[in-house]
Design a protein around this ligand. Structure first.
Ligand SMILES: C[C@@H](N)C(=O)N[C@H](C)C(=O)O
Ligand SMILES: [Zn+2]
Length: 253
């Protein structure tokens, strides 16, 4: 490897004359790393190699949402510390995967959204989620045992995320990449985030009309593509019932 880099440096020095017109002299791809030698300086570019979890998702036939749906944004929150328990539990995984037919339904929802307003896109927070991560979320959720399943599906039963048939998302403005105002952040666990409590929350001034309108738009486009929401989280949508998911797909462990 060291020898290879050394020879590439020599190559780049030799090619210096030409480099005035074209600064980039050599591009080398190795193990998912891209190195560009420019004016004799080696610059590491792009992505890490695919991690073990991502490879498992690909091997299981799941698809990368951003490859299927151009323009869709992903902020995989469990791959950051910006989530309800403040820990990165996805490591190298930063892309969002779903079952192919769920991705294709989401593509339909996305096109319904863009027909309504071409300045809008989806901002996805989570898709397939391994059962091992479901257990971490369950353990980290600081709520009484009885109401925990309203916010995180019990890992003993499995979540539809574990099959790759549920998605957590918002709508974003493509010009800013930021979510529309939905009244609460993703994974806010309480009444202001409940679609079931919107009338009450409006009356109590906890959310406003514009926030409800934004959520209604999300529900409308997702429902148009066959997704079903749940009563306690504005961001969560299922593409299949638990029974159908069990019959058709395997859980990602
Ligand atoms: C944890 C939250 N983002 C979520 O997806 N909750 C549902 C209920 C789930 O865990 O399936
Ligand atoms: Zn969810």
């Amino acid at each position: 490897m060291k020898r290879l880099i050394a020879s590439l440096i020599i190559l780049s020095i030799l090619a210096c004359g030409e480099s005035r017109q074209n600064n980039t002299i050599v591009t080398l791809k190795e193990n998912g790393h891209e190195k560009v030698i420019k004016d004799s300086v080696i610059m590491e570019l792009t992505s890490d190699p695919i991690g073990e979890l991502e490879q498992r998702l690909i091997d299981a036939g799941l698809v990368d949402l951003q490859k299927e749906i151009p323009g869709l944004l992903v902020d995989l929150r469990y791959s950051t510390k910006n989530n309800f328990f403040g820990k990165d539990v996805y490591g190298k995984l930063t892309r969002c995967y779903l079952q192919p037919e769920v991705a294709s339904s989401l593509k339909k929802a996305h096109s319904v959204l863009q027909q309504k307003d071409s300045t809008l896109t989806f901002l996805v927070y989570d898709g397939v989620r391994p059962l091992s991560v479901q257990q971490i979320l369950w353990d980290e959720l600081d709520k009484p045992e009885k109401i925990k399943p309203l916010y995180v599906a019990d890992p003993q039963k499995g979540s539809l995320h574990n099959y790759g048939v549920a998605v957590d998302l918002s709508i974003a403005d493509i010009r800013t990449g930021k979510s529309l105002d939905m009244g609460t952040d993703f994974d806010f666990f309480g009444y202001p985030a409940y679609p079931d409590r919107e009338d009450q929350m409006l009356r109590e001034g906890k959310i406003n009309e514009q926030q409800v309108e934004n959520r209604q738009l999300l529900r409308k486009v997702m429902n148009a593509a066959g997704f079903k929401g749940i009563g306690s989280e504005w961001w969560h949508f299922n593409a299949f019932s638990r029974k159908n998911a069990k019959e058709k797909f395997d859980i990602v462990k």
